[in-house]
Structure formats: structure tokens, C-alpha cells
Design a protein around this ligand. Sequence first.
Ligand code: NAD
Length: 498
Amino acid sequence: MTKTVSHWIGGKPVEGASGRFGPVTDPATGAVTTQVPFADGGEVDAAVAAARAAYGSWSTSSLAQRTSILFRFRALLDAHREDIAALITAEHGKVHADALGEVARGLEIVDLACGIPTQLKGELSTQVSQRVDVAAIRQPLGVVAGITPFNFPAMVPMWMFPLAIACGNTFVLKPSEKDPSASVRLAELLTRAGLPDGVLNVLHGDRTAVEALLEHPDVAAVSFVGSTPIARHVHRTASAHGKRVQALGGAKNHMLVLPDADLDAAADAAVSAAYGSAGERCMAVSAVVAVGAVGDDLVQRIRERAEKIIIGPGTDPASEMGPLITAEHRDRVAGYVKGAAEQGAEVVLDGTGHTVEGYEQGHWIGISLLDRVPVTADAYRDEIFGPVLSVLRVDSYEEGLALINASPYGNGTAIFTRDGGAARRFQLEVQAGMVGVNVPIPVPVGYHSFGGWKDSLFGDHHIYGNDGVHFYTRGKAITTRWPDPADAPAGVDLGFPG
Ligand code: NAD
């Protein structure tokens, strides 16, 4: 028996009415556990209308009212970490500890939203001219839509809606149809925390719902996180419909290892960052660039560590890596490993064909490690989004930097070295939005902002942190003159005020 997940509109569950549904699978067993409704245009209208109806009173609610709700939400989220993580594991497949980490990183943004009064304080300059003051304030935009990917079903929605609603907007979230349940749980908790009906709505669906949101006249802004082709399309379409857009796309994250690096630390970092969450992270390291003579030694150390990774269902505390999201995705990842061998790479570890006893129908794939990968190989050029690490060999720092900067993606990157001068050069010269120095996955904390360059982000704003507050508000400058009661009338002056 499968259950059916509901939309969450106007503060309550609403059953899908379009008659179209998609399957949600437990990736560890391959069994369809849940049906997710796919909203049609009428349901999109209803969700946007609920958000619009709530906007008037929410946008004028006091900051104290908003933050008291967010603080209660934070406490509920904290109390429900375990069950939200269990929902994530059941639909995404990642191991429970990783799912708990995802909830913790989402909670960081709720922390930030709880402090929104500080972020919205505005600016004031007094006496810019005789008796004239200038104030700068930031105001909400209206109804904001968020469209999120499968790989962080709780964290990425929380990159968006806590800050958006803290700023006074109302929100329609269209989560991934592959793992939709966590977002509904978050909306339930926010409602329990006292959020007025309609401020956060969750609408399930596929591209039909996305297109309707991108074109909807009552949607003021769109936050998107997902793959590059869809991010590009979302940015173009929503911009053409007059909306503010931030669209975060895919990635190919490189880790440059200089000859002086601590090779054990580099190998630990490469293995953790490449195979954690089965490589289904937009900040996963998928290419290690070994400089000089370190290649053989580094590959050997990576191999020793990677071979020990325990693959199994995310519900088993012994598992370190779970299955992939779908069987089709697993087959696509396997295709890259096979193709790499044909395109000139050395296959050091081949994870294709891996199964887990007792879970034979799960979407399993083992660890793959490719060495001496040519830059022309598909395994290097494309975002694989699976547990496949490519090693490339270069002779110098300059050659490694040029290789990284030639990538169309520019999300995260890292350098491993003991040389502070080289690290400093790298952080200034590399074309990527997030840089790690001896840190393989440099995801900024909540009070900084997250975002890539080039094909990893379309739009001008990174997400969360100060950029998030700026994205979800627009500025207004107010110039005020209050004449002193003793002043004589200024008189008419047609000159340009200097
Ligand atoms: P995806 O692009 O397939 O889907 C993302 C969202 O877009 C989903 O809600 C989906 O329903 C919708 N969508 C899919 N196809 C669409 C279409 N043709 N038209 C309109 N909407 C469509 O991404 P995914 O597979 O769910 O997630 C993995 C991707 O997300 C990877 O490329 C990963 O790098 C990227 N990602 C990026 C970041 C980042 O911060 N840059 C973070 C997480 C994931």
C-alpha cells in the first residue's frame, strides 16, 4: 500500500486534484512507497492566491511577531530532527547521520532568520543638507516561489523560506517530486509554531507547476536550486516575466593538491567529499587535480580509504554510503564509468554492478575511482552526481589553475597545501564562488552567503546570508526635510539642488 502526500496550502493539507501523480521510491529497496500529486495550473493559482491573501497582514506584522514564530519553529525543528531525518532517508536514501547533518545546516538558516531585526535595521544619515535626513529601508517583495532539488529535501528549502518569510514575504515552495515529504513536515511544524495560514505553502509537481509559477503574474521573485540546464531556463523565463530570480545550478568541484600537501589529510578529504551522500551533493568533490609527482601516492591513499567504505541502507547505522535516488540515475552514473575506460581513463575502482544483500532491488552502485582522466572524457566534462571521483595529473600550479578555470562550472573548489602564499594566490585567482583552503567542501555558514560563479549560478544574488536578505527585499531611500519652526519659508528655487 502506498500513501499519498498532500499539498500544504492555506495552512492545511490539500489533496491533489489534477489526477496526475508521480511515484516516490525508497531507494534502498526500490519499492514505491508514496504517490506525489502533480499540480496543474489551477492548483498553482490556488497556492499563489493563498500566499497573496496572506501577504497584506504578514508584510505589516511586527518583527517581534515574526521572530517569536521563528523561534518556536526553531525549537520544534530541533525536537523533530530525528523524524525529519528519517523521512529524508526513506525517500532520498542518504544515511541517517548525513540526513541529520542536513537538518542541522537548514536549522542554521532558521537561526539567521530569528535574528532578522538586526538585518533589517536600515540606515539613517542625518543633516545631509540643512534640516534634511536620508533613511534607507528594505521592504518585502510579495509572493516568492522556491523550486528545490532532490538532493537536500529539507536543507535547500530552508535556505529559502525562513529568510523570505522573516523579511515579510509569503512563499510557495515547489519541492522535488522525488522526495516531497520532508517539506510538508516543515510546513506543518511552522503552522504549529503559529505561522498564519497562507504564509508558507507547499505545492508538489513537475515542470507543469514550475512553468506556471515562472509565468504567474502574482509571483514577484523566484529562488531556484537544481541542475544547470533547468537553472538557465528558470532564470531566462522568470526574468522575461519580470521577476527577480536567483537560479543556482550544477557543479564540477575541483580539489587541487600541491606537492607539499599533507597527503593523508588530502586523501581523507577527497574520499569524504567525493563519496559522502553517494556524490549527490552540489559541493561534492568530483575532480582531484594532482600537481607534480604526488599523483601515484595520492591515488593509492585515496584507493585504500575508498575501498573500506561501507555501502548499505541509510537506516543501518553501520552504513556510510546509501543508494542513488533512482535506478535510471544509477544506470546513468554507471554509463560514465564504462565510458571513461573507453575514453582513455584508468579505472582504479569500478563500482558498477554493486548490490547489497537483502536489498537487491535498491538503486546501488559502489565506489568508482578514475585516474589519468582526459579533460575530453565525458566523466570529466559532465556533472555525474554519483560516487565517481576523477583524478587528473598536471605538472604545475599554473596548469592546475588553468584547468579549473576552464570549467564551465564555478561552484566550489579547494586547494590542499602547506604553503600560505600559494593558497592566497589560489583564492584570488580561481574562478569559483566558494573556495576552501585545506577544506574540501567550503559551504559557507548561514551568516555568509552560498553561491557559485559561471554556469553554477544565474542571477546576481547568492543565497542566504546578507545576499539572501537583499534578494528577498528591495531598498527604498527616503529623504525628509522638517523645517525648524523658526525658519522663514525657503521660497521658489528652480536651480538643481547641489
Ligand atoms: P533538477 O534540475 O532536475 O530539478 C530541480 C527542480 O526543478 C525540481 O523541483 C524539479 O521538479 C524541477 N524541474 C526538473 N525539470 C524541470 C523542467 N524541465 N522544467 C521545469 N522544472 C523542472 O535537479 P535535481 O536532479 O533535483 O537536483 C540535482 C541537481 O541540483 C544537481 O545538478 C546539483 O548540482 C544541483 N544542486 C545545486 C545546488 C547549488 O547550490 N548550486 C544545490 C543542490 C543541488
